[in-house]
Ligand binder design. Structure first.
Ligand SMILES: [Zn+2]
Length: 384
């Protein structure tokens, strides 16, 4: 047994934990860049608390998923404002933007110099500015991962800025912040969380520590996700989803992902499909093709047994198979009214470019089996 595990410097979890954000920020700096989604409403109590502690609040709003351009301008703005600490209150877009901004605050040059796949891929030379991440959705786990996904609209693709320096200093996970989420966002972010537990569990890089998180997270999410869909104010189920999302982040940052996330990069780069929605549309089909490919070419693979274990966890049946896990995921996506990729403008003509993009994506490297071009094509065709 040999593995490495890294995460945020401190994790604070629980209802009401958000109140600890202001003192945590004030301890780390004097001028706080407060990164939020489009409305910024969620961060209002934090801004008030920071001001009373004598910390300057410099608001920065992120519309949609962050682009390289947004980070280039945002970093200049943050430097001009002499920000020395960054705090994100929002979904994965706001947190990823904040992680990239914190990195670019202390490192020279521009984001493209450091981006993998489409950029220079240089390692970050300096530690990021200290960052406190407060998720308001239960899905991305970005509060405990070391990368930020940035879109390049001109290249029609997304790529990561990735460095151990990008792990947030403090992650504050307060399930109460997710209570008001609209149903479709609850569904798509919840399925992203589930995907981020399933993919690391069957990943070629799984380790005993991430396995533990995946088992607990899959059990929790499979039980709680239908409940939060039915009733968004079910506090116990919201808490389970926030916990499952955090576990997914811990797992993926240390064990990698797979084919669903391999496709999520080119789909999200070319079409206005939010990350969670793209993953939700792809999940049952990527599972199905993976299981078929493993049966054909690697019937002895441990990953097949892991899919069967997922089947047993989610159905509660001791004799469930890998195929039962696939069927369960398909039924769940139908129940949560997950639209296919066509809903975001994807058509048959786009399939070759998506297959090519997925094959190159960094997430694909941890998929339990190397998929053929034909198999990749089949995933996206079924997800339409
Ligand atoms: Zn994801």
């Amino acid at each position: 047994m040999a593995f490495e595990f890294a995460t945020a410097g401190r994790i604070v979890f629980g209802a009401g934990a958000f109140r600890q954000a202001a003192p945590a920020v004030a301890e780390l700096g004097e001028r706080a860049l407060v990164v939020t989604g489009a409305s910024g409403e969620r961060a209002a109590p934090l801004a008030t608390a920071l001001e009373s502690l004598g910390t300057a609040v410099i608001p920065f709003r992120v519309q949609g998923e962050p682009t390289i351009e947004l980070i280039r301008h945002g970093a200049e703005f943050a430097r001009d404002e002499r920000c020395d600490v960054v705090v994100a209150v929002g979904g994965g877009s706001a947190i990823d933007a904040a992680k990239a901004l914190a990195a670019m605050l202390t490192n020279p040059g521009e984001p493209l110099d450091y981006l993998e796949v489409i950029g220079g891929g240089q390692p970050l030379a300096h530690a990021s500015a200290p960052l406190i991440a407060v998720p308001t959705t239960a899905g991305t786990g970005s509060e405990v991962t070391r990368n930020a996904v940035l879109a390049s609209p001109e290249r029609q693709v997304k790529a990561s800025l990735r460095s151990p320096h990008m792990l947030p200093r403090v992650a504050i996970v307060d399930p109460e912040l997710t209570k008001g989420l609209p149903r479709p966002i609850t569904a798509s972010t919840g399925l992203d969380a589930l995907t981020q537990l399933i993919e690391p569990y069957v990943s070629s890089r799984a380790n005993p520590m991430t396995d533990m998180f995946c088992v607990e997270g899959i059990r929790r999410a499979s039980e709680a996700l239908p409940r939060v869909w039915e009733n968004g104010r079910d506090c116990e189920a919201r808490e389970s989803m926030a916990w499952a999302s955090l576990l997914g982040g811990l797992a993926l940052a240390n064990a990698g992902l797979g084919a669903v996330h391999g496709f999520a990069a080119p789909v999200g780069g070319r079409f206005p499909a939010p990350h969670g929605a793209a993953c939700a549309a792809l999940l049952p089909h990527a599972m199905e093709i993976n299981v078929e490919a493993l049966r054909r070419r690697a019937p002895e693979s441990a990953a097949l047994e892991r899919y069967a274990e997922i089947g047993r966890m989610v159905t509660g049946h001791g004799d469930a198979t890998a195929e039962d896990a696939v069927r369960w995921a398909a039924v769940l996506c139908r129940r949560l009214e997950i639209p296919g990729l066509r809903a975001y403008g994807v058509s048959e003509a786009d399939i070759p470019a998506l297959v090519e993009g997925a094959a190159r994506a960094s997430s694909m490297k941890a998929n339990p089996i190397v998929l053929t071009e034909e198999e990749l094509r089949e995933i996206v065709t079924r997800a339409m």
